[in-house]
Each structure stands twice: as structure tokens, then as C-alpha cells.
Design a protein around this ligand. Sequence first.
Ligand SMILES: [Zn+2]
Length: 207
Amino acid sequence: MTPGAFDRLVALLKRLPGIGEKSARRMAFFFIQQPQTFASDFIEALNDAKRNIRQCSLCGTITDTDPCPICSDPMRDRTSVLVVETVEDLVNIEGTGVFGGVYHVLGERVSPLTGDDLSEKALSFLQKHLRDLNVREVIVATNPRIEGELTYHAIMDALDGFDEVRITKLACGLPIGGSIEFADRVTLHAALDARVEIRRGSMSEKR
Ligand SMILES: [Zn+2]
């Protein structure tokens, strides 16, 4: 027996992150109570997003235009690169308005559970970005969790050849086990301001 339209909708909604059976059913009910135009608008927005959103070829974030608005903004400081695990982390830090440099999105993290390491592709993408920018400071903004710590070490390994670059890391303020994605503006500001110097970098001495 093929499932009915309602069950099919619920099954699809359940595939969204963080959505269980109950929430999926609630969303499905909401959908069917809306006018037809809502469904059409929703489908159009989904199709549009799927068609037009791509990865920035410089920093790895998602964008309608390549390079993304941040990478192509002439006012951004290209000597300072903030490395994050995910696009969500970028969006939250950018939302605080306290960072004037550019970003690099890894798009993956080291996972002790699955044994996943950062891929060769992700590491060489990061290295290429830093080389192309002639960067002076790399701020590592991985999450204060075990995955973030392991990811941080993988990034440090990838920065091995960049002796002239100053390396800093987001500091206090972020609770252990917390996440950048959900941190508030004040906390992120403090973490960025009080970033810890990991390596001074020969280039910063010339300033
Ligand atoms: Zn970009």
C-alpha cells in the first residue's frame, strides 16, 4: 500500500534536522491548513535556493553570488581570516558585527565517534585560501567541544608551513560544550576580543 499524501509529507518533514515524528505531524497539519499560495511560495523558495545557492569558491560559505558578498567586499580586512567549522557559525559571528576580516568555512569537523578526520580536500582548500590572501592572522574559531578541539589541532597541522602567520584562538566566554552557532552576541564579542595567541608569527613583528 502506498502511503497517502499526508504520510508522505510527514515522512519528508521528518528528514529535516531535529524534527521527530510529532513535530513533523504538527508541521504537516500547519501546511495543509494554509492557503494553496503558501505551498506554492514554499516550493518556489526551495527550488530557488536549490538552484541559486552555491559554495563561495574562496571561503566555502553558501552564497547566491560567487565570490560571496563578504569575500568581494573591498572594506574587509583580507589579512585576517577567521576559520569556522560551519556556515551557521559564520552567520552567527558575522551577526555580531565585531569581525572585520574574512572567513573560511571548513564545512566539516573531526569526529572522534566516527573517526572522521578533516579531508585532504578541505585542508588544501584552506591552505590555498590563506596563501592567496597573503594572510597575517588566522583566528581559529572551532567550537569548545571535543570535536572542535580535535578540529583545531587538525587546522594547526595544516598551518605548519605558514610560519609568518599569527595564530589565535577564540578564548574565554564560550562555555565548554557550548557552540558558536547558539552563542549570544556579548559572549562571542568577548571570546573574539580575548582570543589567545597560539603563535605570534614572524609577520606580525614587522607591523
Ligand atoms: Zn566567500
